[in-house]
Design a protein around this ligand. Structure first.
Ligand code: HEM
Length: 135
């Protein structure tokens, strides 16, 4: 029987710790911190909960994700390749600190790779298509 990635990562609490460390590190980072400037604590707390819900849901846990999809949630922020690489470095540092085993770490990385085209949007085409331009 296949054990869910959710369970292999340690379930809800472990994923919540991971998400907290990830957001704290990204917010404190010289390069990435700009994406969270001028945001209220409440807004940040809500986003944190959405990230936890999303990760629980995507790894197979029992959570109904009520947030926006990744393309919509990050559209227009101008997240570029350097931001993405920095984000991956932070993820890998946290995975090491939390002693996430290599196979699970690799699954998380593979999952993040699938999200990259939805999140890195600095060169993205405008998302609005005028009526009549659809083919
Ligand atoms: C360089 C990479 C990233 C940056 C700089 C970034 C930044 C942000 C920011 C600033 C928000 C708040 C959006 C708003 O104000 O409306 C946000 C929302 C969110 N992000 Fe990211 N993000 C990144 C990558 C990711 C990844 C890889 C995931 C998933 C694993 C993710 C999941 C989410 C979720 C679930 C939300 C909440 C969506 C909602 O509000 O409905 N982000 N992100």
């Amino acid at each position: 029987m296949t054990v869910l990635l959710y369970d292999r990562l340690g379930g809800y609490d472990a994923i919540a710790v991971f998400a907290n460390k990830l957001i704290s590190a990204a917010q404190a980072d010289d390069l990435l911190g700009r994406f969270w400037s001028h945001r209220s604590e409440d807004r940040n707390a809500r986003d944190m909960q959405l990230l936890i819900d999303y990760l629980v849901h995507e790894t197979g846990g029992q959570m109904y994700y009520t947030g926006r999809d990744m393309r919509l949630a990050h559209a227009g922020m101008g997240i570029n390749e350097a931001d993405w690489q920095r984000f991956l470095e932070i993820v890998s540092q946290i995975a090491q600190a939390l002693q996430i085993p290599a196979p699970e770490g690799a699954e998380v990385t593979a999952f993040l790779d699938t999200l990259k085209p939805e999140i890195v949007n600095v060169d993205a085409e405008p998302s609005t298509v005028l009526i009549g331009e659809r083919h």
